[in-house]
Write a protein that binds this ligand. Structure first.
Ligand SMILES: [Cu+2]
Length: 367
């Protein structure tokens, strides 16, 4: 028998938790994701989880329950002058190409990228009213949800994974205000209504754009298998502005994240921006001189990233000029400046292993 580590895993496996490997707790089970094919073990563990007791039998409190678990919450309404902003969002799986150029190419270095590069992603797809039809193709990230202070975001969520291969999912937002029913988090026996949406089920979340929700925030899966499913692509952004505030002339949302072999089943690790790797595949941003530019960067893996744009600088929240600030997991940084420097520019993560693994893109500025 190999010696056991504190995690209960063989020590050899524990030390193998290195590049791209994940140790996930899924409904009381621990699953090590260290190589292609391991995701199936996590999916199987997630499918073994029954609907939480607190939800299935609210009258019979689970062991360890506290009076707060019995609290009832009203659904919030918009403030005077605010509106309900309704969204219909379906989670589904979709084949996603991390390097869609053909032949696969890194335009920055003018070189070929070895394939394959397609994996089965999980995505949040925006739908028309009543989930009648997709509003667009599946994409990473999911739709950006906009609101103004005083509004409510009413998000009709459907778990569109198949019953056979599916598992419970949720939508959990940062930044906006919500009561425990709309937290969208799996909490074992203490899970509330929005924390376990089984395949085929629907749930409506109501989130409040309070004055302290102004900003740019991520949302992501927080169900029983949240780490793996978030890494698969279940994330997006919420943008809350002051009432009547003018939007920037150019606004972009960039998620910096990795797609590792245990998640994709592919042999190599890709360092991604919005699900894509290498310039020419990652988003190409465009602006014009004189425009008010806002580029929002969020970390969506277990690493810190350094956001650098060549030829540009801006002020951080402390008023210090920067051109390579750091952003951590689920944190947001915004590069906001008046564009004054036309040309072809590279933007990239300045963690060297990330930039070399594909975390780079173009920023094209017209005079
Ligand atoms: Cu990075």
């Amino acid at each position: 028998m190999p010696p056991e580590s504190e995690t209960g895993l063989p020590r050899r496996s524990f030390f193998a938790v290195g590049a791209g490997a994940l140790l996930c707790s899924i409904g009381g089970e621990q699953v090590l994701l260290s190589k292609p094919g391991d995701a199936a073990k996590a999916d199987a563990a997630a499918r073994r989880i029954a609907a939480p007791r607190a939800r299935a039998a609210a009258t019979k409190p689970p062991p360890g329950a506290d009076p707060v678990d019995q609290l009832k919450f009203p659904t919030p309404q918009p403030q005077p002058g605010g509106v309900r902003r309704e969204f219909w969002i379906q989670a589904r799986d979709a084949l996603w190409d991390i390097v869609p150029t053909r032949p696969r190419r890194d335009q920055w270095h003018g070189r070929a990228v070895a394939g394959p590069s397609v994996y089965r992603a999980f995505v949040y797809q925006q739908m028309t009213v009543g989930f009648a039809a997709p509003l667009g193709p599946p994409r990473i990230p999911g739709p950006t949800l906009y609101a103004e202070v005083g509004d409510t975001l009413v998000v009709h969520f459907r778990n569109g994974l198949s019953e056979r291969t599916g598992q419970a999912l949720t939508m959990h937002p940062h930044g906006v205000k919500y009561n425990p029913d709309y937290d969208g988090v799996y909490l074992g026996d203490f899970t509330r209504a929005g924390g376990f949406i089984a395949p085929g089920d629907e749930f409506t979340y109501t989130w409040e754009a309070t004055p302290d929700a102004v900003g740019v925030w991520p949302y992501h899966d927080h169900g029983p298998n949240h780490t793996l499913n978030t890494f698969r692509g279940l994330f997006g952004a919420v943008i809350v502005r002051e009432k009547g505030a003018k939007a920037p002339d150019m606004e972009a949302v960039l998620f910096f994240h990795s797609l590792a072999p245990p998640v994709t089943g592919l042999e190599r690790q890709f360092q991604c921006i919005n699900g894509r790797a290498f310039a020419g595949n990652t988003p190409t941003l465009r602006a014009k001189a004189g425009q008010d530019v806002a580029i929002h960067v969020m970390g969506m893996d277990s690493n810190f990233h350094d956001f650098h744009i060549h030829g540009h600088r801006w002020k951080d929240p402390n008023g210090t000029f920067v051109d390579t600030p750091a952003v951590g997991p689920n944190e947001t940084l915004t590069a906001r400046f008046v564009e004054d420097n036309p040309g072809r520019w590279l933007y990239h993560c300045h963690v060297f292993t990330h930039q070399d693994g594909g975390m780079a893109g173009w920023y094209l500025v017209e005079p």
